[in-house]
Design a protein around this ligand. Sequence first.
Ligand code: F6R
Length: 600
Amino acid sequence: MCGIVGSINHNNIVPDLLAGLSNIEYRGYDSAGIAVIDNDGLTTIKRPGKLEQLKQELANQALRSHTGIGHTRWATHGCPNEANAHPHSNDDVSVVHNGIIENYLQLRQWLTAEGFRFQSDTDTEVIPHLISLFLEQGQAPQQALNTALQHLEGAFAIGVLFRKEQDHLYAARRGSPLVLGQSDQGLCLGSDTMALAPGIDRILYLDEGEQACMTRDSFQLLDLNGRAIKRDMQAYTSQQDDQSKQNHKFYMHKEIHQQSDTVRNTFKHTQHLLPELPVDFTRLDRINIIACGTSHYAAMVAKYWFEQIARIPVDIDVASEFRYRSPLLSRNGLSIFISQSGETADTLAALRYTKALGQKTLSIVNVAQSTIARESDFSLQTQAGPEIGVASTKAFTAQLAILASLAIHAADRCKAIQIQESNRLLMEIAALPSLIDMTLELEPHFQLIGESIKDSHNAFFIGRGSNFPLALEGALKLKEISYLHAEGFGAGELKHGPIALIESGVPVFVIAPNDGLLEKTLSNMEEVMARGGRCIVLGDHHSCGNLPLEVESITLPACDKVFAPIIYAIALQLIAYHAALAIGTDVDQPRNLAKSVTVE
Ligand code: F6R
């Protein structure tokens, strides 16, 4: 989703702005731009499409400056064209903005009546004009910004330049994250740490409602009411090394192949932290798990684990729906929020809603300093490292590694299982990385299958038990990166409607480990085959051993049935990846999608 960069330092900041924008391309965007300030005033250059278009334009210009802002836009209000791209500038003020200004229509009417002319369809453009209005009324820049902020409703993060203040860069945050960075060269601004200029060694996250005014050597923080507050930067070591694709064509492929390490590291890290987790599972009578998209599917898998292993009832919610159903939360309950980015607007809103109701909150995030991590009572961090591909892969299996460990820990504390069983399950989790490696070695088989479905109009995924959410995840992965239409179903649900879609040759992926539900899953497979569907079974040697000859199958390594979703996820990711590769889509930045969904 939209990304912000900003820089003020002793050197030319244009290369830093472009490096920051390159680093946040992964968030998903459809236009990009920068604005800089120098003796001639504000210069704004923006282009629709990929960052490359902007870079080409800048290559033709000798643009140099010590102070600037930049943005990658993911369209919300107004189509992705040059006029709607950020920064939005008038003669005196330039603004980049993440989030949504909910009262922009009223503000636009007011500002139009005041004589301001709008060039774009965006909500953002009201911000520079509003600030200019207060400048015209004689307010100093900082005060004009502060007054303008009082008029804005909604969630936002902004970076602001003033023509008359070459040596200042301003920022404000309400609802959307912003981080400041500092090096010996100067200061910078980003919507996440990846946007920050190279070489920074200190960072500071703005808290809700805060503003910052930066010069080349220092910064000042202000609270919601414009009063100065004091907080120091924290030491920071950049993870720039993790950002290369190494020998992979796409980040997604690299990230799929990192999963034995990321699951291993996450499991070890979690085991280390769980004894200190201040949650008394023996007193819990219900757990709510709330998340979006792939993280929501991780929650669905975890429901099986918590209920079957720890015998604790679990409710699962899609975050965007959660608070609108006026949920009845148990007084002795725990709410768990899962989010790779830790910034998803709906998940964050659900967290705040839950906290306001007095419920204990635990988050599982991949970004330690994210808003969801900071605002929840406790947080466990997946050790997946930066996930650049928009489609979540390694973060999903790392979330599952935490949730599995947590379910076993809860079962232990509640004495729902014997110690021998809990040790056995922990050993099974510890063995998962080598099973993941064995699954990755099957890539040529997944590739053949993936390539074979590239011309299909529809694809279906079916599974039972904890592999039902995996069927949903397999379908989501395929549709988001290949743009093929795909749906996942509980295998037993097919005949209640979706079977009408089965026709000759339509691919149906049957997730079928030997898990006690295998016979029933295979009966559902027969129903598909009887209608001409092309069944592709993903199973182990037991399930694949006795299939009818005409059924295609890939034999995955045998694993404990409880943790099969972690292994089968790898197969589904690789099938989706190779289908997308064969179709020729932009696997890492699929159309219309954003990595960090910071609007509701
Ligand atoms: C799918 C995907 C999305 C995210 C969802 C939640 O591959 O990545 O469905 O899972 O947008 O994002 P987080 O986990 O950052 O809250």
